[in-house]
Design a protein around this ligand. Structure first.
Ligand SMILES: [Mn+2]
Length: 331
């Protein structure tokens, strides 16, 4: 493959997680003058980013937006349709969508031939694993620095994330980042909070028909899928985590509305790739989605109890409704 020409961009809009952080840092390594803005899937989908996304914007690890200039992603449900791609390309837009383990990997592969990315080599395998359910139960239990670092990244920590992007884009390695006093103190907070969040997960999770349902709404606590599936062990094939606040607002990053995240249990044999959980995430919320094994949506009217009851019904019928037919083309 020859080196592809890189589209011009002055603004980087990325997801507020490890994948988005590394994707943004690689893009900024290539173009140091680009401004970085961290966002979230729901904010892009419901129009909150409309005024910020323009033809000079590259979007990474987030839903597709017609107004951007370059679209980089790997989420199954975000793949622009043929029609969307055509319209987008007519305006001069460039789409790079690939089913890579992380969006950062896609960015890395595209930019690598254009600038020195050697300081990113060490972090790439972890980002790939974290974003695609590839964390082993041993890595999870060990709760090493990278696992803890990943939990420090969130939409409410934009300034902190931008500082890290700047340092990475200037050539720092992840090991050097982990030594920064600001990062070190956050890692120790995460270490201390780990057993507390485990207890919260334990007391707020029920397993129904091999689906672990974790109710974290209105608790102020957040959890990734790994914490819940590790707790459930071989008793569950997937988990559903409810986050946010009953009186939440999409415009308030500190008090988001109710949402549900679905994760396949990557700690059990055959736990991934069996059911397409994104069918749950898109059932009621047209802007829900993500990956087959990891996805999410916002709770829709008439409310949580109703959405959950319907999901449980679909889950009960999972071999017909959610099963991934590996013989079907275009999946
Ligand atoms: Mn991603």
């Amino acid at each position: 493959m020859g080196a592809k020409e890189i589209p011009l961009f002055t603004k980087i809009v990325a997801d507020s997680d490890f994948d988005g952080l590394i994707g943004a840092a690689i893009l900024k390594a290539y173009n140091s003058t680009a401004k970085v803005r961290f966002s979230h899937a729901a904010l892009v989908r419901n129009g909150n980013m409309d005024t910020e996304i323009d033809a000079s914007t590259v979007i990474v690890d987030l839903p597709f937006h017609q107004n951007c200039g370059w679209y980089l992603d790997h989420h199954q449900t975000n793949k622009p349709t043929k029609q969307e791609s055509l319209e987008f390309e007519k305006k001069g837009g460039v789409t790079d969508w690939q089913a890579t383990p992380s969006a950062a990997r896609l960015v890395y592969d595209l930019i690598n031939t254009h600038c020195d990315l050697s300081n990113f080599v060490d972090v790439m395998p972890f980002v790939d694993a974290l974003d695609s359910g590839g964390i082993t139960i041993e890595q999870f239990r060990e709760d090493g620095e990278l696992m803890r670092f990943s939990r420090t990244l969130k939409v409410t920590e934009s300034d902190y994330m931008k500082q890290i992007v700047n340092q990475l884009s200037q050539g720092k390695t992840i090991s050097e980042i982990l030594q920064l006093p600001e990062v070190k103190s956050r890692l120790s907070v995460q270490q201390q909070q780990r057993s507390a969040i485990e207890k919260v997960v334990e007391s707020n999770t029920v397993i129904i028909d091999r689906l672990a349902i974790c109710h974290l709404q209105d608790t102020g606590h957040f959890s990734n899928g790994y914490l819940v599936t590790a707790w459930a062990g071989d008793r569950a094939d997937a988990c559903c985590i409810i986050h946010g606040y009953s009186d939440g607002n999409i415009n308030d990053a500190n008090r988001p509305p109710l949402s549900a995240s679905f994760y396949a249990n990557s700690f059990i044999k055959g736990g991934q790739g069996r059911y397409d959980l994104s069918r749950l995430a898109t059932k009621f919320d047209p802007s829900g989605g993500g990956h087959m094994n990891a996805c999410g949506c916002r709770i829709q009217d008439p409310g949580l109890d109703d959405n959950l009851a319907n999901w449980l019904e679909m889950w009960g019928d999972r071999d017909a409704v959610l099963a991934v037919n590996h013989n079907t083309a275009n999946m």
